[in-house]
Design a protein around this ligand. Structure first.
Ligand code: CO8
Length: 261
């Protein structure tokens, strides 16, 4: 049996691939646990500077929870909700790992699949991608972060409309709403996403880490607190080797060589 998560590396960029194309990359417990483990390993590797989250097959990025195994769990009267725990852990890792994470979204990106993409820092969509949160259609709700992360991203009225109507939208509409950062031809999705990751990976790693942390915290803190955190991070970077290197390289008209210190 194929592993549900694949890993590949191109220089400083790591590519995680959801690998259940026969089930439109629906999330099983095993897939989520492997994803969380892979992210732990990625965090431990200081030479890794950016992560692309991609998906196998042309039809889907991810269609959410694997409804077949969900039905089985219900039928077996399984105690607790291990899937909810696994989702919290894996999506939390995507959101908080001190590396930029970029989802490369092809085809269907539905339910928990969209919630997974929303846990990444950036989203690049193929022009054929389709987005939706259809949970209310089946008596549920977007329970993998959708009510919170989508609202923070695009505002309450637009988020409610998507969740109330369960309508699917195309890549251009997702771009207009601010759900995705870029829309690219389907054939070049992975290349364009990797190029974006490589561009970010060439910047000073500590700067990127601090920016991620500060922007993630911004909606949760008052402005004064946020500005204080920003000042502290700025002072921290001022003492770093990479700050010296960045300035020196500029003056010497060469590319900087950052070491992440
Ligand atoms: N789970 C398991 N298998 C799936 C799923 C799924 N979610 N979606 C599709 N598949 C399988 C189909 O069963 C089919 O396999 P098979 O041929 O063996 O029956 C194969 O993928 C292809 O699917 P279709 O034949 O249906 O392909 P279509 O192109 O006709 O339709 C759709 C594609 C529109 C994506 C359709 O399959 C669909 O509507 N799927 C369900 C999408 C959905 O409702 N997703 C939301 C799930 S709920 C969720 O994600 C909540 C996450 C939070 C969990 C954590 C709780 C805290």
């Amino acid at each position: 049996m194929e592993e549900p998560i694949l890993w590949d590396r191109e220089g400083p960029v790591g590519v995680i691939t959801l690998n259940r194309p026969e089930a439109l990359n629906a999330m099983t417990l095993e897939l989520l646990e492997q994803l969380a483990r892979r992210l732990d390993e990625a965090e431990a590797d200081s030479t890794l500077r950016a992560i692309v989250l991609a998906a196998a097959g042309e039809k889907a990025f991810c269609v959410g929870a694997d409804l077949k195994s969900r039905v089985k769990e219900y039928d077996e009267g399984q105690a607790g909700d291990p899937m909810a725990d696994a989702v919290k852990s894996a999506f939390g890792r995507l959101e908080s790992i001190p590396r930029p994470t970029i989802a490369a979204v092809n085809g269907y990106c539905l339910g928990g699949g969209l919630e997974m993409a929303l846990s990444c820092d950036l989203r690049v969509a193929a022009d054929t991608a389709q987005f939706g949160l259809p949970e209310a259609r089946v008596g549920s709700l977007p329970g993998a972060g959708g009510t919170q992360r989508l609202t923070r991203l695009i505002g309450p009225a637009r988020a409610k409309e998507l969740m109330f109507t369960c309508e699917r939208i195309g890549a251009d509409e997702a771009y207009r709403l601010g759900i995705v950062n870029r829309v690219v031809p389907a054939a070049s999705l992975l290349d364009e996403t990797k190029a974006l990751a490589a561009s970010i990976a060439s910047k000073a790693p500590l700067s990127i880490q601090k920016i991620k942390l500060l922007v993630n915290r911004a909606p949760e803190v008052d402005l004064e607190t946020g500005l204080q955190l920003e000042r502290e991070a700025h002072a921290f970077l001022k003492e770093s080797e990479d700050r010296q290197e960045g300035m020196r390289a500029f003056v010497e008209k060469r590319d900087p060589v950052f070491v992440g210190r």
